[in-house]
Design a protein around this ligand. Structure first.
Ligand code: ASP
Length: 332
């Protein structure tokens, strides 16, 4: 259901998906005991001024706690974004989203759309019913970014900070400024309705592999990629169980593994040996670091038996591998 909020020459589309920003608690002083995904996206816009010359149009795509994000919602979100981005009078899109998987949705949308207009995910750490909710200011800041001439790519806006989809990650469990861009630093800041940019916007449309969007929409199911963490006393038995499932003809056999490696991409030897067995059985395996900062640096002159994904976090590496596997004939 779409609802026009105001008339104007250029539009910003606001897609609602739920989250704490749309959450309700029983008492205004309760910032954590709430149900996410309760308030409609049109209501989230009430009282928020649109940027000059912009009219807003709200559409409810989902109403979930983002910890429960699914490929069904991602697919729908990608379709709605593609639809609205193609409209000439649409300046950009704002997506209201839960904080828990915001970085995954942002990376997913950047990977499949690489839009030439801004797609801005925003959120809140306090529910809409809080004494001092942070959602309205975040939405207002996101609208400013979405309406900004020259802005493009998928970004996240929270607590006055603009993060790129590639770098953003949730780093705090309850603070209002819960996101960080690691070593890369934020793209910029929104200061009293003005964007101060520190870096250039994320990549342009040419970055998306040809046909990826169509394959993602058409595939019956997306390739199953699991994340396994390397840690003290890690074992290979989970990998072996997944391989056994494959041999027994599971409906959705594992096709990829992301190993959340220690430090500069190192693996417990038991997990590494099992991962190599998985590789030989046809499973795609990559290494991402479980460190909060930095990237995996290749060792000079040493071939990597399990390729690394550089700076991608394990959850983003999972999406990248899943999309890569979507191109393989067995998953079409
Ligand atoms: N569990 C909530 C969600 O991700 C957390 C939040 O939005 O802050 O939807």
């Amino acid at each position: 259901m779409a609802q026009d909020i105001r008339d104007g020459r250029r539009r910003v589309i606001v897609l609602g998906t739920g989250g704490t920003i749309a959450g309700r608690a029983a008492a205004p002083g309760d910032n954590i005991g709430y149900a996410a995904g309760q308030v409609g996206v049109s209501d989230l816009l009430s009282g928020i001024e649109a940027p000059d010359g912009i009219s807003l149009l709200a559409e409810q795509v989902a109403q979930i706690d983002s910890k429960d994000m699914t490929s069904v919602v991602w697919r729908e979100l990608a379709l709605r974004c593609a639809h609205w981005l193609a409209e000439p009078d649409v300046a950009g899109i704002v997506i209201t989203h839960g904080t828990d998987t915001l970085e995954e949705t942002a990376f997913f949308l950047q990977s499949v759309l690489s839009p030439h207009k801004p797609v801005v995910l925003t959120c809140a750490m306090r529910p809409a019913t809080a004494l001092a909710p942070d959602g309205p200011q975040n939405v207002r800041d996101a609208l400013v970014v979405a309406a900004m001439p020259g802005a493009h790519g998928v970004v996240a806006v929270c607590a006055g900070t603009v993060h790129s989809a590639f770098d953003v990650r949730k780093v705090h469990t309850y603070r209002l400024d819960a996101f960080d861009s690691g070593d890369a630093g934020p793209l910029g800041y929104v200061e009293e309705g003005v964007v101060r940019l520190h870096r250039s916007w994320p990549g342009a449309a040419a970055d998306v592999a040809s046909g990826l969007f169509e394959r993602m929409i058409e595939a019956r199911t997306w390739p199953r990629v699991e994340i396994l963490v390397s840690h003290a006393e890690a074992r290979g038995s989970i990998v072996d169980s997944l391989l056994q499932e494959r041999r027994l003809g599971a409906a959705e056999p594992v096709q990829g593994l992301v190993l959340a490696a220690t430090g500069n991409g190192t693996l417990h030897h038991a997990l590494e040996e099992a991962a190599l067995r998985a590789q030989s059985a046809g499973v795609a395996v990559v290494r991402a670091t479980r460190c909060a900062q930095g990237r995996i640096l290749p060792k000079a002159g040493e071939a990597e038996s399990i390729p690394s994904v550089g700076a991608l976090t394990p959850v983003k590496a999972r999406i990248a591998l899943m999309l890569e596997l979507l191109g393989s004939p067995s998953t079409a």
